[in-house]
Design a protein. Structure first.
Length: 293
């Protein structure tokens, strides 16, 4: 089976590539700026891609997007949006020009789609939120809707916080605790929906094998946890007590409007994965953290 992965050099892309190749799949890797021999450079902003790489692919997985971590200003927020929405539109237009388009398109999205919903249990059919990340995720998913009308099975993979050695959010949390600066964020009551990178990769394969899955699919573990509980668990395992709560104003000073990604509460259920029989390797947080630490 031929699988094209756009955004293959990032944390998720590199782990997913390694996993799929170990399963025997032929992976074609697209990247914007890599010089590695096994990767193919494309430039969606300039409209540049070798369509021969896409022709005859069984699956295309689109993970492209600007890193959301860092201080948000107008330019950063625009780059977050454009790197997802315009890239997806370009890629989908190229797929529709192929003689043999893929049978399945999986596009990255995020649980940020749901916005700040306190302790409401959120499933794939839940309404979107109204903050910046919600708007980006809605446009991101809508950018691939042209494929649906052409009978290409289309899945929007709504990722929770991804846990794994070197993962974005997890890397910063672990570093803060090791420096003795760990603690819960804001009130600590906000719910965090997360997934182990091993489960994310295996769930991708599960989606590929289950034809009944289409539309949004929540890639989260079945046990969401509050930010305070997460911090206490991480601190215990690192032997670094969570003694320094970080107030909202401090997060805003550091990250600008990006503070919303740390303070929004999303209690998300992996309803579709569970209904189609996916069994999580790491359903509980402490089990996952022990593995990666």
């Amino acid at each position: 089976m031929k699988i094209v992965i756009a955004g293959s050099s990032g944390f998720i892309g590199s782990h997913l590539t390694r996993y799929l190749e170990q399963q025997g799949y032929n992976c074609i890797l697209l990247t914007r700026n890599s010089t590695q021999a096994n990767m193919h450079v494309w430039n969606p902003e300039a409209g540049q891609i070798d369509q021969a790489l896409l022709e005859g692919a069984d699956v295309l997985i689109n993970l492209s997007g600007e890193n959301i971590f860092g201080r948000w200003n107008k330019a950063k927020m625009e780059k977050i949006r454009e790197s997802r929405v315009q890239t997806t539109r370009f890629l989908c237009s190229q797929l529709l020009d192929l003689n043999t388009p893929p049978r399945l398109y999986i596009g990255a999205s995020a649980v940020g789609y749901y916005g700040d919903r306190q302790e409401e249990v959120l499933i794939e059919e839940s309404d979107p939120g109204s903050n910046f990340l919600s708007e980006v995720c809605k446009e991101w998913e809508q950018a691939a809707e042209s494929l649906v009308s052409k009978n290409i099975r289309t899945v929007y993979a709504r990722f929770g916080i991804v846990l794994g050695k070197g993962a974005g959010a997890f890397k910063y949390m672990e570093k803060a605790f090791n420096m003795g600066m760990g603690g819960y964020l804001g009130s600590g009551k906000q719910m965090m929906s997360w997934i182990a990178i091993d489960d994310l990769c295996a769930a991708m394969q599960h989606v590929m094998m289950h034809q009944e899955l289409s539309g949004p699919v929540n890639f989260v573990a079945p046990q969401a946890i509050s930010n305070k509980e997460f911090s206490e668990t991480l601190g215990k395992l690192l032997n670094r007590p969570a003694l320094m709560p970080v107030p909202k104003f401090a997060l805003t000073m550091l990250f600008g409007e990006g503070a919303e990604m740390f303070l929004a509460s999303t209690l998300v259920s992996p309803k579709k994965l569970l209904e189609t029989g996916y069994q999580f390797q790491y359903p509980a947080l402490e089990q996952a953290l022990k593995h990666y630490l």
